[in-house]
Design a protein around this ligand. Structure first.
Ligand SMILES: Cc1cc2nc3c(=O)[nH]c(=O)nc-3n(C[C@H](O)[C@H](O)[C@H](O)COP(=O)(O)OP(=O)(O)OC[C@H]3O[C@@H](n4cnc5c(N)ncnc54)[C@H](O)[C@@H]3O)c2cc1C
Length: 371
């Protein structure tokens, strides 16, 4: 191959997808340079809720359910191997997950969702609806306002900041090169290889993976692909440390090993504003108290807003750019859940061209058709 390839692969974006892919590529023996813009960028990797979650996935896409399920199946091994490599405990657990409904309307709408996704869900891990009596039988201390729940036994959570740290540490230990505070501006052809340009520098590689989260659209435009991503804000509030009381995981409430309780997370169209608002924080707190009344006298110690990286239809987008062989794009919501999939299966696609068949339908062509 002509052109100047200083490494096999450059990964642009050191968020959850970029670093999981970079680690996977290193594990496959490729030389990898990871470039990340740093704290000025919007980084969903640092603001998420930490769920490893299947139950509500895949309204219109069996492929997405299968992809999520495979990732969840990889989680126990993946977590153990990453801990062996780095010494960092990811706090992964799979106690089963509940989405609690606080009105008959919510219960009906959740039941309709569960019915809709049932045909795409694996037979051995269907999401089920539980009535109020069953919820009370399983969970101590739920409020009178809880009218039922959906439940999936494969659902769980992890310490997502530990996951993020371990992915970076593992990449570093395996000899990956990481350059923080480097904003990539452009990708160009360089003979049969590629160069990515920053303000002052340029770096060459045979392949480039764009995993730049909300920064993806600019690169998609450069290689003739349509816009892929848009932001969606989520706000999360955090309580003071409490004695352990919640061993299962709720979609909107989870207790961390240090005793704090995370309460979240909203879905708001707020453009690129990742701030917090007192109205939303009050709504989150009220909902939490309705769910678990003993949270009423607990202090909230901090809150944050973060921007989800969503495609226009909420499904992932994975693609080798049509006229730029070796230039890959990857974006998905739920990249905590999908971290093993990115490190193992997506990395193999980039390294060896072995695309998992169920990812091929997630190209950006679907957005071109919609435009
Ligand atoms: C409120 C909230 C709750 C969530 N809860 C969950 C959950 O419970 N479970 C779950 O699985 N997922 C959850 N997520 C989603 C998860 O955090 C995202 O799917 C994931 O962070 C996306 O990873 P990413 O690498 O695509 O983007 P990011 O993590 O945002 O990383 C993108 C990176 O690209 C870099 N970058 C951007 N532009 C450039 C450029 N030009 N040059 C160099 N670098 C660049 C940025 O610096 C950034 O580090 C949640 C997200 C939010 C916001």
């Amino acid at each position: 191959m002509s052109g100047t390839s200083e490494q096999d692969v450059i990964v642009v974006g050191g968020g959850l997808i970029g670093i999981a892919s970079a680690l996977g590529l290193r594990q496959l023996g490729l030389s990898v340079l990871l470039l990340d813009e740093g704290d000025v960028a919007h980084r969903a990797a640092r603001g998420n809720f930490g769920l490893v979650w299947l139950q509500s996935k895949g309204g219109g896409s069996g492929d997405y359910v299968r992809w999520t399920r495979r990732s969840i199946d990889h989680w126990p091994d993946f977590s153990r191997e990453l801990t062996e490599l780095t010494g960092i405990d990811l706090g992964y657990r799979r106690p089963g997950g509940y989405h609690l409904c606080l009105s008959d309307t919510e219960f009906a709408s959740r039941s309709a969702l569960v019915d809709r996704i049932a045909p795409n869900q694996p037979d051995d891990a269907k999401t089920v609806m539980l009535d109020a009596a069953e919820v009370r039988r399983r969970i101590d201390g739920v409020g009178e306002g809880v009218v039922g729940a959906s439940y999936n036994e494969l659902d769980g959570d992890c310490n997502s900041l530990a996951l993020f740290r371990a992915l970076h540490e593992g990449f570093n230990r395996l000899g990956g090169r990481y350059k923080p505070s480097v904003r990539v501006d452009a990708v160009e052809r360089d003979g049969g290889a590629y160069r990515v340009r920053t303000g002052e520098d340029s770096f060459g590689a045979s392949k480039v993976v764009f995993a730049a989260g909300l920064g993806l659209n600019r690169f998609a435009g450069q290689v003739g692909m349509p816009e892929i991503v848009r932001p969606q804000r989520g706000q999360i509030i955090v309580t003071e440390r409490l004695r352990p009381f919640l061993s299962m995981v709720f979609s909107q409430i989870r207790q961390l090993p240090n005793g704090t309780v995370l309460i979240g997370d909203t879905k708001e169209d707020a453009g690129f504003d990742n701030g917090t608002t007192s109205i939303i924080m009050r709504e989150l707190a009220e909902r939490a108290v309705k769910t678990l009344p003993h949270l009423a006298n607990v202090n909230i110690v901090r809150a944050w807003g973060a921007l989800r990286v969503l495609t226009h239809d909420g499904l992932p987008c994975y693609e080798e750019a049509p006229d730029w062989p070796g230039v890959f794009f990857a974006t998905s919501h739920s990249a905590v859940t999908l971290a093993p999939g990115h490190a193992r299966e997506f990395a193999r696609w980039v390294a060896f061209g072995e695309a998992p068949p169920d990812l091929l339908g997630f190209s950006s062509a679907r957005f071109r058709a919609a435009a």
